[in-house]
Design a protein around this ligand. Structure first.
Ligand code: PA5
Length: 449
C-alpha cells in the first residue's frame, strides 16, 4: 500500500515507549475484530466488504451508472450521516474543484447533488428550482428506512420527479438503497417497484462506504469503483494481518491518538491542504465522533482546511488552550500543474517563488505550519498519500475504519453503536406531536415556554 504514517512529531510530548505500549492490546483487538468476539460484534460486516464486493456487484452498479448518465444531468443523492458522507467524501476528493460549473460533456458524468442531509426548507426549495431545469434521477439511501431528514426530502422530491416525468418514468429514475427486509423505505420501494440495493444487516452506516451506499453515487459521478475497492482490499490485507506497530499503520494511528488522549490532549484536528478533501474530514469526523464519543469519553474530532483556516483557526491552534493534537493528511503530488509566473517589476515582491509549482509553496506552508504548531505545543501525526485517486482513497478509508475500530476498543467503548443520537430525535418527534409521544410533548413544550 502507499499510505504512510509518521509519528516523529509526537516526540517530546509522548515517548515512543508509551505509543508502543499499546502493541499487545492491539494484537488482541485485531484478533477480536476478526473473530467477532468483541463489543458490537454483530456490526462487523464491513471488515470483509473489500473481498466480498465481487464483479457481479460492481458490474451491476456500473451498468446502473451508465443508464443514469444517459438519462440525467444531475443525480440527487438523498441520505444523511453514514448514508451520505462516504460517497460525498470520495466524489469531492476526485472531482474537478468546480465540477458544478462544467458542462456534463466536460465532466463526462452527471453532477451529484445532495439532499436529505438537513431539514432546511430553503435548501430543498432552491434545489427544486434547479431540478425544474435539468434532467435528473435520484437515489434514496437509508438503512433503517425511517430517518426523518431523508424521508422528508424523498417525499418532496419524489412528488417533484413524478410531476416532471410521470409515475412510470419517475420509477425508472429512482434507486432505493436500504435494509433487505425491514423499514418504511423497503415497503415503499417494493410497492412502487423501484430498483433496490441492500445495505447488509451487519454494516453500520458510517462503515458502509464500500457497499452500494457509497459505490453507486461514486460510479454515477464517473469514478472507478473497481480501483476504489481494490485500494480498500490492499489495505485490508495489511491492517488485518500485520502484527507490529512498524508494519501496521492502523496500529500506529490507533496507538498514537490514544497516547495523545492519555497525555491530556482530548482534541484531534484533522488537517488538509486541499479543499477537495474537506468532505474526507467530514466523513472522518462522523466515523470517529460517533464511534468513540460515548460513556463520557472519547477524543473530540475536529477539522480544518489549511492554509484557508490558518487565517482563522490558526490563531487558536497556535496559542489557545493546549488540549489539541493534529493529524495532517498530506498529499505528495497534485493532480494538476501550475507554476507561479515571474514579473519583471516584482511589484508584489513574490519573484522569490517565481517558477515554483504552487504545490511547492503549499508544501512549504505545510512543513512550516507543522513546525510552528509543534513549537506551540501541538503535536502532529502525519498520514501521507502519494496522490489522490480511487486506489489511494480506498486505502485511506479502509485504514481509517480499521484504526477506528481498534482505537474504540483501546478506549473500551463499543465503536459500532450510537445510542446518543436518539435523544434529539425523541425530542423532535415529541415537539412535532408524533402519536405516542403525547406525555413528552407536553413536558417539552412547557420547558420551552
Ligand atoms: O452511522 C450511522 O449509523 C448514522 O450516521 C446513519 O448512517 C444515519 O443516521 C442515517 O441512517 P439511515 O441510513 O438508517 O437513514
Amino acid at each position: 500500500v502507499d499510505l504512510k504514517i509518521n509519528t516523529d512529531k509526537l516526540e517530546g510530548f509522548v515517548s515512543k515507549a508509551a505509543i508502543y505500549s499499546y502493541q499487545q492490546q492491539l494484537v488482541l483487538h485485531q484478533e477480536t475484530l476478526l473473530n467477532k468476539t468483541g463489543k458490537g460484534n454483530d456490526f462487523l460486516g464491513w471488515i470483509t466488504l473489500p473481498d466480498e464486493t465481487n464483479e457481479a456487484m460492481l458490474g451491476s452498479i456500473m451498468q446502473d451508472a451508465r443508464e443514469i448518465a444517459a438519462m440525467a444531468d444531475i443525480y440527487v443523492v438523498v441520505g444523511i450521516g453514514g448514508s451520505y458522507l462516504g460517497a460525498r467524501a470520495v466524489i469531492e476528493a476526485l472531482h474537478h474543484n468546480f465540477a458544478g460549473l462544467l458542462t456534463k460533456q466536460e465532466r463526462k458524468a452527471p453532477l451529484i447533488v445532495y439532499a436529505g442531509n438537513n431539514i432546511s426548507e430553503d435548501y430543498l426549495a432552491d434545489l427544486m428550482d434547479v431540478l425544474d431545469r435539468y434532467d435528473y434521477a435520484m437515489t434514496v439511501i437509508s438503512k433503517s428506512g425511517t430517518t426523518t431528514e431523508p424521508a422528508i426530502a424523498f417525499r418532496v422530491l419524489r412528488r417533484h420527479l413524478e410531476q416532471k416525468y410521470g409515475k412510470d418514468e419517475a420509477c425508472r429514475r429512482i434507486i432505493a438503497i436500504t435494509d433487505k427486509s425491514r423499514g418504511a423505505l423497503k415497503n415503499l420501494a417494493d410497492a412502487e417497484g423501484y430498483k433496490t440495493y441492500v445495505v447488509p444487516d451487519d454494516v453500520g452506516g458510517r462503515y458502509s462506504v464500500l457497499t452500494p451506499v457509497g459505490l453507486l453515487p461514486i460510479a454515477v459521478a464517473g469514478f472507478d469503483i473497481r480501483r476504489f475497492v481494490e485500494g480498500a482490499r490492499a489495505m485490508k490485507q495489511l491492517v488485518t494481518t500485520a502484527k507490529t506497530m512498524d508494519e501496521n499503520p492502523a496500529f500506529l494511528y490507533a496507538a498514537a491518538r490514544n497516547a495523545m488522549y492519555a497525555s491530556g490532549k482530548p482534541v484531534e484536528i484533522m488537517v488538509n491542504y486541499q479543499p477537495s478533501l474537506i468532505y474526507i474530514t467530514e466523513w472522518w469526523k462522523q466515523l470517529y465522533g460517533e464511534s468513540e464519543g460515548k460513556q463520557n469519553r472519547g477524543i473530540f474530532p475536529a477539522g480544518v482546511s489549511f492554509t484557508t483556516d490558518l487565517h482563522s483557526m490558526g490563531q487558536y491552534v497556535q496559542e489557545g488552550l493546549r488540549i489539541i493534537f493534529e493529524t495532517v493528511l498530506s498529499i505528495e503530488k497534485p493532480k494538476r500543474d501550475l507554476t507561479v509566473p515571474a514579473e519583471t517589476d516584482d511589484a508584489d515582491g513574490l519573484n522569490f517563488v517565481a517558477g515554483k509549482r504552487l504545490h511547492e509553496v503549499n508544501r512549504q506552508a505545510e512543513l512550516g505550519t507543522l513546525l510552528a504548531h509543534v513549537d506551540g505545543q501541538v503535536p502532529n501525526i502525519v498520514i501521507s498519500l502519494p496522490q489522490i485517486n480511487e486506489h489511494t482513497l480506498g486505502q485511506l478509508l479502509y485504514f481509517y475504519e480499521f484504526a477506528c475500530a481498534l482505537s474504540g476498543y483501546l478506549l473500551d467503548v463499543n465503536p459500532f453503536d450510537q445510542p446518543g443520537v436518539e435523544a434529539y430525535k425523541k425530542n423532535m418527534f415529541a415537539l412535532l406531536g408524533k402519536p405516542g409521544f403525547e406525555k413528552q410533548t407536553e413536558e417539552l413544550r412547557k420547558r420551552l415556554q
